[in-house]
Design a protein around this ligand. Structure first.
Ligand code: 5AD
Ligand code: SF4
Length: 425
């Protein structure tokens, strides 16, 4: 069993963990397979945030085992389902985040093990982070993980455990290690990055420290908790523009104060709007994106209209939209779920509104010049590159520019929701 493949579902934190797991296995002499079917061992790094993602991963695990692969089931579903995954034939080994260091040993011995305890060390607290080999010009760096908020719909506090922050020195050391390999953009990751506290520095201080002690072209950070956006943090971002990005991902979830209370989000509709006003005052060019959920159990039609109202008032540049999905162990799962037709009708209306506003905002980009970083071939026409503005908005360029290069573009038109840019330098 020498060849492995890591498949990742879910958020960027899982992507980061998968990189570290890959490094751990390469260090032990394992070989990365080109595809799952070419591998002896498949590590499935899974997401439990909605039921759909979870079911997909479990089904896939069964398929792989049927094909004779040794399946190591890790991530949030591993933590949630634990031993059951072994019993029902979905996995050969089941490990949650704090047991990832054991993966090489388990593969070596083909062990059938379950370890989902919260007692071990997270990989980002081990030396593997300083040996990691870059996978591109843009890399993730986890700064904190876990969550203490217990929003009533969310499984994450149960899967990832309590908040822990990495020492600021280690974060900068990891960024230096990536810089030396030519990485030009880093994204600081955490479930609530602005809850960061390593015993000395809070998130604003960490941002200042990272920006002052690294030379990467761009520093991003996600996800922010709207409740904890401080003026101090916004001022730090303003003082380090453009290296620190003024792209803020601020998950609204709902625009109704009543639903927000039932979700235990810790802010009202008015407080969210006021927070955004502060952002725009201190960072006038800020790009603001969000996550919104429809169909929370106590959401009425009127509450949903409040959500649309906030969408109009805030003018999000982009929103990820979701249908509420009841999750095990969460408080909201005890309330009756709304009919699917109600939820999906609201989702359609929400997407229409979000897109209408995003299109209006994109139109305002026409004629303006942006500095962009070329990310990858565009989906629609791979002969043209897709690049990102400082605010993380995608732009399709009019001619090929190598990946990882920085150019200036003038926006000529908006196609669908995507700005097209003419390269001017
Ligand atoms: N159902 C639907 N969406 C959810 N999210 C979190 N929990 C649930 C759930 N139970 C969404 C939130 C969060 C994003 C990562 O996933 O909008 O911000
Ligand atoms: Fe999914 Fe949340 Fe776990 Fe990320 S932390 S993998 S989004 S459940």
């Amino acid at each position: 069993m020498r060849k492995f493949y890591v498949r990742t579902y879910g958020c960027q934190m899982n992507v980061y963990d998968s990189h570290l797991i890959t490094q751990l296995l390469i260090d032990k002499g394992y070989e990365q397979a080109e595809s799952e079917l070419d591998a002896d061992v498949v590590i499935l790094n899974t997401c439990a945030v909605r039921r759909k993602a979870e079911v997909k991963a479990v089904d896939h695990a069964r398929f792989l085992r049927h094909k004779g692969k040794f399946v190591v089931f890790v991530g949030c579903v591993a933590r949630e389902r634990g031993e059951q995954l072994l019993r029902d034939g979905s996995a050969d080994a089941v490990l949650a985040h704090r047991a990832y260091s054991k993966i090489p040993d388990i593969i070596e011995k083909s062990q059938s093990v379950v370890d989902i305890s919260l007692n071990g060390k997270l990989l980002e607290f081990t030396d593997v982070v300083f040996r990691r080999v870059k996978t591109g010009f843009s890399e993730f760096v986890t700064i904190m993980e876990g969550c203490d908020n217990f929003c009533s719909y969310c499984i994450v506090p149960f899967t990832r455990g309590r908040e822990v922050s990495r020492p600021a020195e280690d974060i900068v050391k990891e960024i230096h290690h990536l810089e030396k390999q030519g990485v030009i953009e880093v994204t600081l990751l955490g479930q609530n990055v602005n809850s960061y506290f390593d015993g000395r520095m809070d998130f604003a201080e960490l941002l200042d420290y990272v920006a002052s002690n690294s030379s990467v072209y761009r520093i991003r950070y996600t996800t922010l908790n709207p409740r904890d956006v401080s003026i101090k943090m916004l001022r730090v971002v303003a003082s380090h523009l453009p290296r620190l990005t003024d792209w803020l991902h601020l998950p609204l979830q709902s625009g109704s104060t009543k639903v927000l209370r039932d979700m235990r989000r810790g802010y009202t509709k008015e407080e969210f709007i006021e927070m955004v006003q502060n952002v725009r005052r201190i960072l006038p060019e800020a790009v603001i994106t969000t996550d919104i959920m429809v169909g929370f159990p106590t959401e009425t039609e009127e509450d949903f209209l409040d959500t649309l109202d906030v969408v109009r008032k805030v003018e999000f540049d982009h929103a990820f939209t979701f249908i509420y999905s009841p999750r095990p162990k969460t408080r909201a799962a005890m309330w009756p779920d709304l009919p699917y037709e109600v939820k999906s009708a609201r989702l359609r209306k929400l997407i229409d509104e979000v897109d209408r506003i995003a299109r209006q905002k994109r139109e305002r980009m026409v004629g303006r010049v942006f500095e962009v970083l070329v990310e990858r071939p565009s989906d629609k026409d791979p002969s043209l590159p897709m690049a990102r503005t400082r605010g993380y908005l995608p732009v399709v360029l009019d001619r090929w520019i190598p990946i990882g290069e920085i150019v200036k573009v003038k926006i000529t038109e908006i196609k669908g929701l995507t700005p097209l840019g003419r390269v001017i330098k």
